[in-house]
Design a protein around this ligand. Structure first.
Ligand SMILES: [Zn+2]
Length: 134
């Protein structure tokens, strides 16, 4: 993935641009956000990996951003509770969703896949309830 491709907003079709995170969030946070060039009229962005300008995934509007956070929270519990290791958890998820492991990143997922992550993760969590779970 050496070649630099221009990312497009899946909502309005405009190209995405990198902006300092502080400009988007109006605080003093560091780093960059990959944001739709039509922002804020088009409310779509995705954060970059820490200390890089590499977007974590595809641009997402507010409802999808919220859903991705929920999906991550559910999924992360699987390895945080040691039900599976982190690697195993990603392999399990790829298998469940029927997608390649290297595309198994919640930041790439749309609504449908996020819903799948949430429901599949919850099943695992319910089936592996431990006494230490609050
Ligand atoms: Zn847009």
């Amino acid at each position: 993935m050496a070649k630099k491709k221009i990312m497009r907003c899946s909502y309005c079709g405009k190209s995405a641009v990198l902006k300092p995170a502080s400009e988007i969030f109006h605080d003093d946070r560091k780093g960059y956000v990959c944001v739709c060039s039509h922002y804020p009229a088009c409310d779509a962005y995705v954060c970059t990996y820490p200390d890089t300008k590499i977007p974590m995934g595809t641009l997402a509007n507010a409802p999808l951003r919220k859903k991705r956070i929920l999906a991550h929270q559910s999924f992360d519990q699987i390895w945080k509770r040691n039900i599976l290791s982190r690697d195993q958890a990603y392999r399990w998820l790829a298998d469940k969703l029927g997608i390649p492991l290297n595309q198994t990143h919640i930041a790439l997922f749309g609504d449908y896949l996020c819903d799948q992550v949430i429901s599949e993760s919850r099943k695992v969590l319910v089936n592996n309830k431990k006494s230490c779970v609050a």
